[in-house]
Design a protein around this ligand. Structure first.
Ligand code: NAP
Length: 335
């Protein structure tokens, strides 16, 4: 077994010099933080790594009105704060560091390599890296990013007070974020490639009853145009072929997500879209590596399902850690 040099890395917890853990969780969104809570409560020494903002996709939204226990809804920032505090109260340590590589070792444990020369070491790993917004890949999208093209209504909506905006997509995110935007902007033109929606009927009904909403259906965005900032979108009707320009000051794109699984490509089995394949116990194809939340091949992606996945993943990881410890003890005894 390697000897681990200790260092000062770390942003929270009691022992900031620690590099050895029972469980390493990668990603501090709802899945990762819930896993941290359960693992800490099970008295596993636990680290949660995150490369950026604590809260994952929740940081991109304003309110959550379907998390149990909050009948009036709760602000996403408050919910993240509570998730984090809960995990830390049970002893999970959060480290802001991007893990670059997971290396399975012969004894069933893992090295996790960040940017430093020495790895972290854990007996089991839970992948909870979540997903990132999918892009349209049309002319103008990259060019106007941050100047009217946005993937986050709560971050950028306030810049477009009383101005017309477009929302692209027909899922829960497009509707939920469009409804949020309607409280700020003068008009929301929702552009969707079909005339049926994936979004929950309650969202669709709210939008249909909202006088600020206009629907442009069976239509795809061909270009986002402007000068120093966005001035409009060019859309094509897929049935009639008609092309028209819609003047807007911003385009909010909510067309689904891409799983953040580059780290584990070639390590664990992924489906065609890049989601981690697990069994119902959240086991991946590699013993000792588990997965929870949006990066998993699951039909439903909600905060509640992320939390549920994480709960199962920790219980299964705990069994694995016990097995590894028993094996290591046996080897230590027998040499
Ligand atoms: P989603 O459900 O996958 O919907 C993506 C939407 O974008 C679909 O309408 C899809 O059209 C459209 N789309 C995909 N690629 C496109 C492209 N290249 N060009 C144009 N349109 C495109 O994604 P989401 O809305 O981000 O939701 C992700 C998950 O989070 C879902 O499971 C959702 O239920 C969940 N979520 C839940 C809540 C909530 O309960 N409060 C809020 C937000 C998200 P088609 O329908 O034609 O495929």
């Amino acid at each position: 077994m390697l000897e681990f040099r200790v260092d000062e890395a770390g942003t929270s917890g009691h022992n900031t010099r620690q590099r050895e853990f029972d469980l390493a969780i990668i990603g501090a969104g709802p899945a990762g933080l819930t896993a941290g809570l359960y693992a800490g409560r099970a008295q596993l020494s636990t680290v949660i790594f995150d490369r950026g903002t604590i809260g994952g996709q929740l940081t991109l939204t304003d309110r959550v009105d379907n998390y149990p226990g909050f009948p009036e809804g709760i602000s996403a920032a408050d919910l993240i704060h509570r998730f984090r505090k809960h995990a830390e109260n049970f002893g999970a340590r959060i480290v802001l560091e991007e893990i670059q590589k997971i290396e399975p070792l012969d004894d069933g444990t893992f090295y996790l390599w960040g940017l430093e020369k020495e790895p972290y070491h854990a007996k089991a790993v839970i992948l909870a890296m979540g997903s990132r917004p999918r892009t349209l890949n049309v002319p103008g999208e990259k060019e106007f990013a941050g100047r009217g093209v946005s993937y986050c209504a709560v971050c950028d909506g306030p810049f477009f007070k009383d101005q017309p905006v477009a929302v692209v997509g027909g899922g829960d995110s497009a509707f939920e974020e469009g409804l949020y935007l309607s409280k700020i902007v003068s008009k929301v033109t929702l552009i969707h490639r079909r005339d049926e929606f994936r979004a929950a009927p309650i969202f669709v009904e709210q939008a249909r009853n909202n006088p600020k909403f206009e629907f442009v259906l069976n239509s795809v965005v061909e270009e986002i145009f402007g000068d120093s900032k966005v001035r409009g979108v060019r859309v094509r009707n897929r049935q009639t072929g008609e092309v028209k320009e819609i003047p807007v000051e911003a385009v909010f794109i909510f067309i689904g997500h891409i799983p953040n699984t580059d780290l584990v490509k070639g390590l664990v089995d992924l489906d065609e879209q890049g989601h981690v394949i697990t069994d119902e116990h959240m086991r991946t194809s590699v013993p000792g590596i588990f997965a929870a939340g949006d990066l998993r091949n699951t039909p439903i992606r909600q905060v509640t399902t992320a939390a549920g996945d994480a709960t199962i993943a920790v219980y299964t990881a705990q069994e694995y850690i016990r097995e590894v410890e028993a094996r290591l003890k046996h080897h230590a005894r027998t040499g």
